[in-house]
Design a protein around this ligand. Structure first.
Ligand code: ZN
Ligand code: ZN
Ligand code: ZN
Length: 295
């Protein structure tokens, strides 16, 4: 009897260790914190693993996927690959803003000099990388292999895991911008680190929240006036606006929301702050480094 119990426990551990999971690898806006030339209190916060917005995914074969290659890619990849126990990985890119692809620089000859790492990218993003230095060298030397994506077209990663890019409106200077729908064995997640405003999207975010198990959404700024520059130059849904929109959802739907991609200036970065508490009191969450989510 005891032996049977031990065997069951052992099998459980094996099954759990090979379950598909999402891992939060970073929560900050592109410029991170400390932020270049910021002398304010917001950049005196010292937290371990305070990295730029990134989601990791480990599949049932221990292959890792990074949703964006951030300026903190070295530390984030070390963490995720240690967790997976395998060195195999691929990358999905959302867009060509510095926080989302510049970590690719560590894959070239001057650094890890990897061999044919799959980099999933939309058409303009792929062309941008292939035709502009220094990224084109990664392509020419076959450090990376660009895998083309199309809006709304599902990419099957394993028998029970798929990723679908969804175009979102954003300042698309060099590439399109996508969010990702990640569908696992039992659960699904939506990741949109950057979008201009919810009402500019051709999808209804409230309906999209209802369809999935978890959402990780753009929470760059708390509210209007947070930074001393015209905020219309850098549009994002303010947390205040998202909360006003999402609060009509029932609690079980609000519980799915994890805010991510917070600017250094965002007061909700501070745990126990009034801004953060008021959002959490309504059932919403803030993504935190190391959180894992079963799929
Ligand atoms: Zn960003
Ligand atoms: Zn700051
Ligand atoms: Zn962006």
């Amino acid at each position: 009897m005891k032996k049977a119990l031990l065997i069951t426990l052992f099998l459980c551990v094996v099954v759990i260790s090979h379950a598909q999971k999402l891992v939060v690898l970073g929560t900050l806006q592109d410029g991170g914190s400390p932020h270049m030339l910021c002398e304010k209190k917001c950049c005196e916060i010292e937290l371990a693993h305070d990295y730029v917005s990134c989601l990791g995914l480990i599949d049932e074969n221990d292959h890792s996927y990074f949703f964006d290659a951030t300026p903190d890619f070295v530390n984030q990849s070390r963490y995720l690959l240690n967790l997976s126990g395998s060195g195999a990985f691929s990358i999905f890119l959302t867009h060509a803003h510095m926080g989302h692809y510049s970590g690719l620089i560590h894959l070239g000859r001057e650094a890890s000099s990897v061999d044919a790492i799959p980099v999933y990218a939309m058409p303009r993003m792929g062309t941008f990388l292939s035709t502009n230095g220094p990224w084109d060298q990664l392509v020419k030397l076959k450090n990376i292999e660009i895998k083309g994506l199309n809006d709304g077209q599902k990419v099957k990663l394993t028998n029970s895991l798929s990723v679908t890019p969804l175009l979102v409106p954003h300042r698309d200077e060099y590439s399109e911008t996508v969010g990702y729908l990640i569908a696992g064995t039992q659960r699904t997640a939506l990741f949109i680190p950057d979008i201009d405003k919810w009402n500019l999207w051709d999808r209804d975010i409230l309906e999209e929240i209802k369809k999935v198990s978890y959402v990780f959404l753009d929470a760059t700024f708390m509210k209007e006036g947070e930074v001393a520059r015209p905020m219309s130059e850098v549009p994002h849904p303010f947390i205040e606006e998202s909360v006003a929109l999402f609060r009509s959802l029932p609690l079980d739907q609000r519980n799915k929301v994890y805010f991510i991609h917070l600017n250094h200036s965002n007061p909700a970065r501070v745990k126990n702050s009034a801004d953060r508490a008021s959002v959490e009191a309504l059932g919403f969450h803030f993504a935190e480094f190391g959180q894992t989510f079963k799929l």
